[in-house]
Design a binder for this molecule. Structure first.
Ligand code: HEM
Ligand SMILES: [Ca+2]
Length: 679
């Protein structure tokens, strides 16, 4: 029986479809590939409403706006409680691969330590290798390598999946739409988390062998995952480039671990533990320390404090003629990657050293190690608090934060810690879902300099070039806070997707194409597989079934490239999905992302509020940690004099830093005979 609601819904759909069909008619034919010209046999015969792929019964408007040709509204994707209700990853024993490769005798030393290890070892006492540096990524679903071992997934018809750069160009187009509610600082914080927990390390091999000059090589070496460039490519075609070289990601097999199929890894501690600052090995951490007063080494330029300078800054950074002779070294080699990121690293760095200076005065009996480790725990705790209180609900919506048990209700001890939850970084998160965040990157940041001039900093021209961090730190931080971010959507930046690192490479790179190649070489299944298997949703049996998740123009673009809906890549599907509930992402990506944060935080024995665990801070300290929020960090370490109370949100009025609640560091005053506070 047809209900009134369905009739109304049908009417609304009809209107939406009408607009989309106009798009199909007027802007489609020239780009339409052979797939889409084939008769539409994959549609179910029972379909009732007009298809976006069939001629429209409606007349087009007289003067259609260019926008009408390409955009359609998203369907309302409702959160029906699918996460965690229907969320079904593969069994735990198959998710975890780390324990097959790494043996750890015991955790006697770490069991009672109040300080986490650098590489993540023994965070979990039952599974000491969980989350450890150089351990395999966890897999939510089993891989779908074509040969069961290492080869890229095949299309449904047994052929190759469509060209990755073509998918990128036809579906994930170059366009920046702003999200005026959220600041760019949010994006930088999001990237901080990615650098803390994930890295795609490339396997050994010579990149030059992955293409034959600009041509596709006669034989592609097995350790490459290069991209073929089609002759009509707008960017690379005129440059005569036919091949974008890329080395495959490192796997456990490269480290000598014999496994039945390729398992990618992360070569830093998977935990949210500021390994970007402190490093992922004890040796690296020692190198970065001043070895007195609990401090980190620093470099002072024009009376400003920065993370230490490299001996030879030119060796890593792309410094131009008049740039300051500065390129920082921290616990992760990517910290100079873009100036707002280096500025955030500088803020955390200053936070640590400020803490060390204060605590060594309050506790003069503490030795260098104690002060250093106490401040390390404090900056990490503040980072966890900001993630839970200020960041996560904006990323995936408060409902999913709550569903994962991560909502922040008070600052007292809680029973969050789950020793059986594996905190390892997830392959689907690192290779697909969270890379979707690349669509939030802006092309230009406007810096309002102290001499009242405005400088337009084109981010792509300042990759690995921290000039503005040194020369205009205040304006850079301010602009990061005051610029709206680019919306999380299927569109990317032209710079990132055609000219990435163009100033140091003969041919600029394409970040989205790289992500597609990465998820394919990791053997991830297609997007439909994840909707069905991971989220337990109804089987996708036609292009039309995608209409619950994607805008019609997106489906139309899919059909230009993919021959079958099951061919749609996880990364492409994730980026293009319409958002669910209040999340920035659609169902599949949201579930993968929130599951990942749940594992990092609830599976971390050192999360600051976990009762009965060594990471717990006593109540009076938790109260102070609660004040060390993003606004506090900007005021004290970002040279700001006024900030919005919630700096990730745009629009609110700024308040003076002097009126912010003061942190009472005396909460860390220890008894003279204690080497440190007892939790
Ligand atoms: C200007 C800003 C950024 C640049 C230039 C950049 C660049 C890159 C590059 C070159 C890679 C390695 C690609 C590969 O070879 O596989 C990468 C990986 C990645 N990026 Fe970004 N990225 C930026 C911002 C972000 C943001 C905001 C996020 C998250 C919201 C993010 C998340 C990731 C993730 C998860 C990976 C895979 C793990 C890794 O290799 O680090 N990135 N990015
Ligand atoms: Ca880490």
């Amino acid at each position: 029986m047809v209900t009134v609601r369905e009739i109304l819904l049908g009417a609304v759909l009809g209107v939406v479809l009408g607009v989309c069909v106009i798009g199909v008619q007027s802007g489609f034919s020239s780009q339409f590939g052979p797939t889409a010209q084939r008769p539409n046999t994959q549609f179910s015969s029972t379909q009732q409403h007009p298809s976006p792929f069939e001629p429209s019964p409606q007349k087009p408007p007289k003067n259609p706006k260019p926008e009408d040709n390409v955009s359609c509204k998203c369907p309302k994707v409702v959160d029906d409680g699918f996460y965690p209700r229907n969320f079904t990853p593969q069994p735990n024993k198959d998710q975890d691969i780390a324990d097959k490769c790494i043996k750890i005798d015991n955790c006697d030393k770490e069991r009672h330590s109040r300080y986490r290890t650098y590489d993540g070892k023994c965070n979990n006492l039952n599974f000491p290798m969980w989350g450890m540096k150089d351990s395999a990524l966890l897999r939510l679903l089993a891989p779908e390598y074509a040969d069961g071992k290492s080869k890229h997934r095949r299309a449904q018809d047994g052929g190759e999946l469509p060209n990755a750069r073509l998918c990128r160009a036809q579906i994930l187009k170059d366009k920046i739409i702003l999200n005026k509610k959220i600041s760019y600082l949010f994006v930088v914080f999001a990237q901080w988390i990615s650098h803390d927990t994930c890295i795609t390390t490339e396997a050994s091999g010579n990149l030059a062998n992955c293409c034959d000059g600009n041509d596709w090589p006669k034989e592609m070496p097995a350790n490459c995952t290069s991209t073929k460039v089609l002759p009509d490519d707008e960017e690379y075609g005129p440059q005569g480039v036919k091949c974008l070289p890329r080395i495959r990601s490192q796997t456990m097999q490269d480290l000598g671990c014999d496994l039945p199929f390729l398992q990618q890894l992360t070569s830093l501690s998977h935990f949210m533990d500021h390994s970007v600052m402190y490093g992922s090995t004890k040796n690296d951490s020692m190198f970065l320390r001043e070895m007195k007063g609990g401090r980190l080494r620093e470099t002072i330029i024009d009376n400003q404090k920065f993370p230490p300078n490299l001996k030879n800054p030119h060796s890593v950074c792309d410094l131009h003629k008049d740039d300051p002779h500065y390129c920082c070294i921290t616990g992760d080699f990517r910290t100079n990657e873009n100036p707002p990121f280096t500025a955030l690293a500088t803020m955390w760095w200053r936070f640590h050293n400020d803490c060390a200076d204060i605590l060594s005065k309050i506790n003069p009996h503490w030795d260098d190690d104690t002060t250093y480790e106490e401040c390390r725990r404090i900056t990490i705790a503040s980072y966890h608090f900001i993630t839970r209180k200020e960041f996560l609900h904006l990323l995936v919506g408060p409902e999913f934060v709550k569903a994962a048990g991560l909502n922040f209700t008070n600052t007292g001890p809680d029973k969050l810690y789950d020793p059986f939850l594996n905190p390892t970084s997830i392959n689907e998160f690192l290779m697909a879902a969270y890379r979707g965040g690349h669509s939030m990157i802006l092309e230009v940041l406007k810096l309002h300099m102290s001499n009242n001039e405005t400088e337009h900093m084109r981010i792509n021209n300042f990759l690995n070039r921290p000039k503005h961090v040194v020369k205009s730190y205040g304006p850079l931080v301010e602009s990061t806070c005051d610029s709206p971010m680019a919306k999380q959507d299927k569109f990317g930046s032209k710079d990132m997707n055609n000219k990435l690192f163009h100033s140091v490479r003969a041919v600029g790179g394409d970040l989205d194409t790289t992500s597609i190649e990465r998820e394919r070489e990791s053997g991830l299944g297609g997007w439909c597989h994840y909707v069905e298997r991971l989220l337990g949703q109804e089987k996708i049996e036609s292009w039309r079934d995608l209409e619950k998740y994607f805008a019609l123009d997106t489906i139309r673009d899919f059909r230009k490239v993919y021959k079958h809906w099951r061919d749609i890549d996880l990364y492409v599907g994730c980026v293009a999905e319409c958002p669910v509930g209040n999340s920035m992402f659609g169902k599949v990506c949201t579930a993968i992302i929130i599951e990942q944060f749940k594992r990092w935080l609830i599976g971390d024995r050192y999360h600051p509020t976990c009762d009965g665990q060594p990471g717990l801070f006593p109540n009076h300290q938790l109260k102070e940690l609660n004040k060390m929020n993003m606004a506090h960090i900007l005021c004290h370490y970002g040279d700001m004099t006024e900030v919005r109370e919630k700096p990730f949100l745009m629009g609110e009025k700024k308040i003076k830093c002097s009126s912010m609640p003061k942190v009472d560091w005396n909460a860390w005053k220890a008894l003279a005979n204690d080497s440190s506070q007892k939790s």
